[in-house]
Design a protein around this ligand. Structure first.
Ligand SMILES: [Zn+2]
Length: 138
């Protein structure tokens, strides 16, 4: 599948990750599954933030409440890999829920896109093509 993101949002994610290169940054993604229309940085509350991320539950709950009230749809989240590896880590696979959420991973100044599979280990992460749009027509 293809996920569209504007150049501005893409560059913002790369900048956020570069600003704290020693720990994983993370946040929420809004939009539709095929198009990311917004990002919201959140605190990484993981105990080992160099190699793991855990989005501040308060931020997640607030976003889901806002969505239910008619706000932006939460379609997934992003996080960075300070080690520069673009693939989902073993820790990511452990915490990924099936169900089609979009995962963006920022590593080495690039962003890769994944979608969680519907079941099982073998399709836990399905690679997606991240299409960067120069003009934001969203
Ligand atoms: Zn990861």
């Amino acid at each position: 599948m293809t996920v569209i993101i504007s150049r501005a949002l893409h560059d913002r994610l790369v900048t956020l990750a570069a600003a704290t290169p020693d720990v994983e940054v993370c946040g929420l993604l809004f939009g539709t599954v095929g198009r990311i229309s917004g990002v919201l940085p959140a605190r990484n509350v993981a105990r080992l933030p160099k190699t793991r991320f855990e989005i501040d539950p308060a931020a997640l709950i607030a976003a889901l409440k806002a969505e239910r009230a008619g706000g932006r749809s939460v379609i997934g989240h992003y996080h960075s890999h300070p080690n520069g590896l673009a693939d989902p880590s073993v820790q990511d696979a452990e915490m990924a829920d099936p169900g089609g959420a979009i995962w963006l991973i920022i590593a080495g100044g690039k962003v890769s896109a994944w979608r969680t599979g519907q079941s099982g280990l073998h399709d836990r992460f399905v690679p997606a093509l991240l299409l960067i749009q120069d003009s934001d027509s969203a």
